[in-house]
Design a protein around this ligand. Sequence first.
Ligand SMILES: C[S@@+](CC[C@H](N)C(=O)[O-])C[C@H]1O[C@@H](n2cnc3c(N)ncnc32)[C@H](O)[C@@H]1O
Length: 265
Amino acid sequence: MDPLTGNSMLNRSPVAIYDSVAEQYDRERSAATYEQRLEIYRTLLDEHAPTARRVLDLGCGTGTFTRLLADRGFDVVGLDASREMLRIAVGSERPQRSAAVRYVHGDFIELPALGKFDVALTVGEPFNYLKDEAELVHVLRNVAAVLDSPGLLIFDVLSRRSFTRMTKVPHVEEVAGVIRVIKGEAEDDATHINVRERRFSPHGDLWKLVTNVHRHTLFDSDAIRRCASQAGYAGVQLYGIRQGRLQDRFDDELHAWCIAVAWKQ
Ligand SMILES: C[S@@+](CC[C@H](N)C(=O)[O-])C[C@H]1O[C@@H](n2cnc3c(N)ncnc32)[C@H](O)[C@@H]1O
């Protein structure tokens, strides 16, 4: 037995990763971050889709953002590939509000039939798990097919700045009794990074170690524009996020996240 860890596990697929962290996921995230994100998305919705009602939350996870949207009066479908994340989402739902929220188990790479929406969105960068530009184009096309006209897709991705930072600076934190050590390793092609997240939690006299390897694809501003155009969107506008605030122009080197707003006619 490992002298440090009584038990260890390695997850590489997003489903295995999120199934394994689902129980702790909400404890490791602050409500304030979601409120901040909500303000940003509301600003974008007010500007680009002020009459939107039906929203598809792609990669909804435990549904925190889904619920915030429903609280603001949107009819929301939350889709996620992790059954464990969805189990928490469904368990957190208030019965009296269930008409406005529906959770669906599914993969956004092969989007199931879900009806039509005014807006589709992502929060928490799930599209960085897509393996390359061809897969992003495929997903963007499928999403366009479930959007009414005019319809809007808002998706967030990590920027080149975040990728570089993750390879240079290991991140160590302790939240809710779990110690996380996070470090990225770039692949040779410069568009992929393997973010190794080591999670230590107490396990009797020893530690349990779970290692999650998040393989992320970098979609920089050129790639996003190219993919949106190939997928048939009429236009795309890129916004940056810096220190939690929306910037009306995105810079790959300056901003930690990009939020892409793509519209179909
Ligand atoms: C970082 S979490 C974000 C969850 C949620 N949106 C939030 O902000 O808390 C990413 C989520 O995307 C989901 N995901 C990743 N790839 C997916 C795919 N191909 N189809 C559906 N869900 C996916 C994961 O299961 C996970 O719940």
